[in-house]
Design a protein around this ligand. Structure first.
Ligand code: FAD
Length: 311
């Protein structure tokens, strides 16, 4: 069956805080808009155990914050399609095209808010044990490891926070760090150090996991002496950063060395009417507050752009 063609003012791709903020502003501007999310709504925030640095909320579960943002956007009139996969995008012709399984959308403006996804651990057997002891989201998968020994690899705030979170379930958590310092906040590190269930393994690199059907052990290599040793563990969580989700767009859009989308301070990309916001954008700080700021600016810019086109 031929796909239905739909002309529309604005398409927002990605339903994290950046995309949802853009949806809130676009709805209030009465734009004919659609937000497409290929997974569950909320983005990375949904995986955050608690958020304590989003103004207005002293302490809120990430999933609750995501739900409130979505509810707010929908109550203001935003149209949201969850679990809708974009098959193709064309941004080089007269018209912009966003093609899903059912529709060919022709938006006047496009906001890319696809965020980032966790970087895979560069360890032996990563693929073999993916989901069977190798994980990337403590909030999503941590509860599977009640009273087990878990490893977590990373050096930033997320790794520190996830180590603390995993002690809710695990008997013991190894926090594996290839250097002798952490990049995360001092206050969080102090909390980790006080936690009796966490053992920090400084100057150690996790190089492999192994087992029968599920992970049963990890192999760590000392980054100073080169000595390798086995540790018994039933799961390992990777927390070594994120990769921007740019594949659909990189044929058309200018991308930085680190694969992030390059914009000006008004979120404009190299293509008129195409904006990029949030964690997918080249910038210094990637937080909820910075994502929502980007979303605000892009939606206001898109509104201006569409009004001009309509004149
Ligand atoms: C565990 C964890 C804890 C965190 N804690 C905090 C915190 O306490 N405070 C703070 O400020 N920040 C925190 N952050 C960072 C914060 O969550 C991010 O900076 C923020 O979510 C970025 O928002 P975003 O909308 O740009 O991207 P994301 O949140 O990454 O959302 C992008 C969305 O786009 C979707 N998407 C991707 N590709 C496509 C596609 N092709 N089609 C359709 N949809 C697509 C994704 O599924 C996702 O839902 C945390 C992050 C993590 C992982």
């Amino acid at each position: 069956m031929a796909k239905q063609v739909k002309e529309i003012d604005l398409i927002i791709v990605g339903g994290g805080p950046a995309g949802l903020t853009a949806a809130i502003y676009a709805s209030r501007a009465r734009l004919d808009m659609l937000l497409l999310e290929d997974k569950v709504m909320g983005g990375q925030v949904r995986n955050s155990y608690t958020v304590e640095n989003y103004p207005g909320f002293k302490k809120v579960a990430g999933s609750e914050l995501a739900d409130i943002m979505q509810q707010q956007a929908e109550e203001l009139g935003a149209t949201i399609e969850e679990f809708d996969i974009i098959e193709n995008v064309k941004l080089d012709g007269e018209e912009k095209i966003v093609e899903t399984e059912e529709f060919i959308y022709k938006p006047k403006a496009l906001i890319i808010a696809t965020g980032a996804s966790p970087r895979k651990l560069p360890i032996r057997n990563e693929e073999k044990f993916a989901g069977k002891g190798v994980h990337y989201c403590a909030v999503c998968d941590g509860a599977m490891y009640q009273n087990k020994v878990i490893g977590i690899v990373g050096g930033g705030n997320t790794a520190l926070e996830e180590a603390i979170f995993l002690t809710n379930f695990a008997e013991k958590v190894y926090l594996i760090r290839r250097y002798d310092y952490f990049r995360g906040e001092k206050a969080v590190l102090e909390e980790v150090e006080k936690n009796e269930k966490i053992e920090i393994l400084y100057n150690e690199d996790l190089i492999a996991v192994d087992g029968e059907d599920f992970v049963e052990k990890g192999i760590i290599k000392n980054t100073i002496t080169g000595e390798e040793k086995e540790i018994a563990l039933e799961a390992v969580f990777g927390s070594i950063g994120h990769e921007p989700m740019v594949n659909l767009f990189k044929e058309y859009i200018n991308i930085s060395k680190g694969q992030y989308i390059i914009t000006d301070e008004n979120m404009r990309t190299n293509i008129p009417g195409v904006y990029a916001i949030g964690d997918v954008r080249e910038k210094e700080y990637r937080q909820i507050t910075t994502a929502v700021a980007d979303g605000t600016i892009a939606a206001l810019e898109a509104e201006k752009y569409i009004k001009k086109l309509n004149k």
